[in-house]
Design a protein around this ligand. Sequence first.
Ligand SMILES: [Zn+2]
Length: 406
Amino acid sequence: MKKSPIDSKIAGQRNEKMILTMLRNHGRLSQSQLCKLAGIGSSTASTIVARLRDKGFVTETRGTSSNRGPKPTIIELNPKCRCLFGIEINPSYLFIGLFNFTGELRDKIRIALGADHSVQHVIDLMTVNIPGLLTRNSIDPTEVLGLGVAISGSVLSDGWISLSSPMGWKNVSLKEKLGEFFDFPVFVYSNRVRLLAEIALKPKLESKNILYLNNADGVGSTVYMQGKLIFGATGRYGETGHIVVDPDGPVCGCGNRGCLEALISGPAIAAKIQQDLDNNEEARCFAPHFENTGALRPPEEIVTQLEKSAQEGNSYAIALRDQITNHFGGVAAALINCYDPDIVILAGYVSNALYDHLSDEIRNRIKTSVYESNLRKIEVIPADAGKDALITGVANAVLQDAVVFR
Ligand SMILES: [Zn+2]
């Protein structure tokens, strides 16, 4: 069947993305290495590389040759051809990263949100700080490839945020609102793009089937199978945090009762401890975290204190930690049964603080609750990309999505 012009355009964009991703992962490559990796012929490669060169995305130089043959053409990304923004929104702060075209972080700024979590406040902070970062780095707005924002919750494929429980946002057209201020393309993602930062850090993960479990202000999962992130039919994929594990449990931001997120996320743990302060002697060691303004201090500090108190033998902390571990382990085993990963990555500040217990629990559950576990080899590892993981993951998603616009 003959290809239509639209088919050819899509195929061309896909090829350009593929070559850019390879160059990002491998650094510089000769044209023959590129052909081998991509499984394409040299004339196809030349055409794609010429298009990318015309857009300013790659440079070509002559390499050296050990024999008398022609010198190879070396292709590499042009790091300064464009810049882009990777942004994280969470209840504690707005984190804006400015990246170059190779995905390297050039500058960043973290702004505390305070008590005002409104959409307008977050947009106001962005519209002041993004131009500020460009000025500080002497970058003209025309050089910006795109801007990506990630938030915990359900984000549909058109950038519509249907629910972000941690932010208390429902039905927010963030992409549209930001599009009114900025001339460059805007993308909105759920924070599952964080996994792309792990892959950028460890390219060997690219060939693995990964289950990525995040527990921080929200709880969610990401699945990376056969070389790509899975998004589902409506963008609501991976809402692990809204699996009901205790129908009599606390009310969740989604309206249901006893969701995993309402029991084991950072804010849920902090709220539970605050509730128990007056009626549990052992919980009183947490009181300083709730003093002064009466407002919750960042849940991350409280979760860190939970692990410290449990290690010191505090019976309340040990019981609460066991409860969290138990809920998390049960859901993790169910997801492993569903998705058959060979690697499970535990991410987020709650997973980080309680890593030894959570990872041991998952290994135990694999033995007791996972189908034919004796025939599988499933590795459980911590996320490594650190505090910059989400903005780096967003930047990598923008690098894949925005190149088709230019
Ligand atoms: Zn829920």
